[in-house]
Design a binder for this molecule. Structure first.
Ligand SMILES: Nc1ncnc2c1ncn2[C@@H]1O[C@H](COP(=O)(O)OP(=O)(O)O)[C@@H](O)[C@H]1O
Ligand SMILES: [Mg+2]
Length: 489
């Protein structure tokens, strides 16, 4: 297309409304702070300090690092929305993507964003975005302003950056009094959640000791989703798909097989076991997505011990449609099939661990385990039958000769207690095979003779044949066989 001879008109986004839309991208406090930490890591920081200062409505959150820092020009560039084109190649270690994170993450929480930064051997510089000023001026204009208490914050460091969020209107009302204890508690609760999120998102950095993250002065410990230090965790073999995407499955131990109860509790993670199952997608060492089946499966109770690590090279970002918040990913169609089949195999191991089927018994002295109910499969229909070979059934048959009442009662009791509900539930939820229709393959002669006996008893008790038939139709399972009942003489 030849653009030269076309008339043109400038259509610059209106500053105040555009910047308001940045606020609505859908970050929460956790994902917003994680995005700021990404920048620190990309800038080679070794130590990152997150702090909150309670001052009622004037409270602030700060994130400070000892990375390379920026000079005044570079801060201005960093403050520009869309500072870097998402299509340009990034270093393997760069956790940025759209050139928006610093701005969108910050504005999702606060109305004033200040960046103070210092390059080695240079004096610190600072700039601020102030949404109130943008609303007033309608200009994309930064202010050279910093909350006074932070002016000297980087003086003792060789280099680094301080990000200050003030006017935290998305976290608490700006007119909140400093003495409002209720609001204060809410504020610190919200921030405690962030701590756990960070322990998870950056666990690999923390584990390999390349970075320390401090939370109000306390060093954050890594939270590893895969319980690799638990001896009963089942590690699956690694598989590589398309373009270097790596998958590695883990099945966490059954509750009874964790080393300690605390370890089991800790491993449950921020959302609890059922919600933490699924894929854990990493770009570089950074966790993007935790516990998500990527639309391939639904989360189910019996897969709650299954977690699968996926490593994406950051060159694959756009194929996987990583969003601005780095909290969503959509695998490309070519990967889905392989992800699905790998996940299926890990999931089936996960179900076994979840069911915890008579393993201990099986191993004892080479004896075979005797279940009371046996699972039966025929033409991809499943059902359960009583194990007639079960030792107890044999014994009860003998008992029945002398004490039939007691034998039947005992038998019923045992059957009630041993109903394989977990397996039934799993079969039903997996939905790949269906349950056999009750009585669909039963010998009708057995039904007929049982019906005949019951019919006769009813007549003996003085019922007319019509009354007896009507009565039998109300009894499970005979209600399913009205025609057999009609045939009774
Ligand atoms: N803590 C920091 N230290 C050094 N440079 C930073 C820091 N935070 C942001 N920057 C610079 O600002 C740029 C824009 O950041 P951001 O808006 O998060 O977009 P992105 O991370 O996608 O590049 C970064 O690419 C980086 O050059
Ligand atoms: Mg960034």
């Amino acid at each position: 297309m030849n653009y030269n001879n076309l008339a043109k008109a400038e259509a610059i986004p209106e500053a105040s409304s555009m910047i308001e839309t940045f606020r609505a991208i859908g970050y929460n406090l956790e994902t917003a702070i994680a995005d700021i930490i990404d920048n620190s890591i990309s800038a080679q920081a070794k130590n990152i300090y997150i702090n909150r200062i309670w001052q009622g409505g004037k409270s602030v959150i700060t994130i400070k690092d000892d990375g390379e820092g920026m000079n005044s020009e570079e801060i201005i560039q960093a403050m520009r929305p869309g500072a870097q084109n998402p299509l340009t190649d990034r270093l393997e270690t760069d956790l940025g993507r759209f050139g928006l994170g610093l701005k969108t993450a910050s504005f999702s929480q606060c109305r004033k964003l200040t960046v103070l930064s210092k390059r080695k051997k240079e004096t610190p510089a600072f700039w601020s975005w102030d949404l109130d000023y943008v609303a007033q001026s309608h200009k994309w204009e930064l202010l050279q302003w910093i909350p006074e208490e932070f002016t000297h914050e980087l003086d003792s460091q060789l280099s680094g950056t301080l990000v200050v969020w003030s006017d935290l209107d998305r976290i608490l009302p700006l007119q909140t009094a400093e003495t409002d204890d209720n609001a204060k508690r809410k504020f610190s609760d919200a921030l405690d959640k962030v701590k756990n999120h960070i322990a998870m998102v950056f666990h690999r950095f923390i584990e390999e000791k390349s970075i320390k993250i401090f939370w109000c002065g306390h060093e954050i410990e890594a939270w590893n989703p895969f319980c690799i230090n638990e001896s009963k965790t089942q590690e699956q073999s690694t598989d590589t798909i398309n373009g270097g995407v790596k998958m590695k499955g883990y099945v966490l131990p059954h509750k009874n097989n964790f080393s300690t109860e605390q370890a089991y509790k800790k491993a449950e993670g921020i959302k609890g076991y059922p919600a933490m199952q699924g894929f854990y997608v990493y770009r570089g060492k950074r966790l993007l997505l935790a516990g998500d089946w990527l639309g391939l499966f639904r989360p189910e109770e019996h897969y709650k011990l299954v977690r699968i690590q996926i490593d994406l090279p950051n060159s694959l970002d756009s194929d996987w449609q990583i969003d601005i918040k780095k909290s969503k990913a959509y695998p490309p169609a070519v990967c889905r099939e392989q992800l699905e089949s790998y996940a299926k195999s890990v999931r089936s191991k996960g179900t076994e661990v979840y069911r915890h089927i008579g393993k201990i018994l099986k191993q004892r002295a080479g004896q075979t385990f005797q279940p009371l109910w046996l699972e039966k499969k025929k033409d991809s229909k499943w059902s359960f039958v009583i194990n007639r070979e079960h030792l107890m059934i044999q014994d009860l048959k003998n008992l029945a000769k002398e004490k039939p009442e007691q034998a039947i009662e005992t038998l019923l009791k045992f059957l009630e207690e041993a109903i394989p509900t977990k397996t039934i539930y799993i079969n039903e939820a997996q939905g790949e095979e269906t349950q056999k229709t009750p009585f669909s393959d039963m010998d009708t002669n057995i039904l007929k003779s049982t019906l005949a006996i019951m019919f006769e008893n009813q007549i003996k008790q003085g019922k007319t044949p019509e009354q007896a038939k009507a009565y039998l139709k109300t009894i499970e399972p005979f209600n399913n066989f009205e025609d057999l009942i009609e045939d009774l003489q």
